[in-house]
Design a protein. Structure first.
Length: 64
């Protein structure tokens, strides 16, 4: 969350002071962007770790 805040403040500073453009902050776009990046990250983590999500239970029960 701190990184997102730093990125937003840094982007606002760069766009308004260096490029001299008006920058409008839209919370709706930020929420959509954050949720979509979070969803993609979750799917990639699940795809990477899918083999660990369904362990074979029988060897664990028999302690082998």
């Amino acid at each position: 969350m701190i990184a997102v805040l730093f990125a937003v403040v840094g982007s606002k500073f760069i766009i308004e002071n260096i490029f001299e453009l008006f920058w409008k902050f839209d919370l709706k776009v930020l929420i959509y962007l954050g949720l979509s990046i979070g969803l993609v990250t979750l799917v990639l983590i699940l795809l990477t770790n899918i083999k660990y999500l369904n362990p074979k239970v029988y060897p664990l029960i028999r302690n082998q």
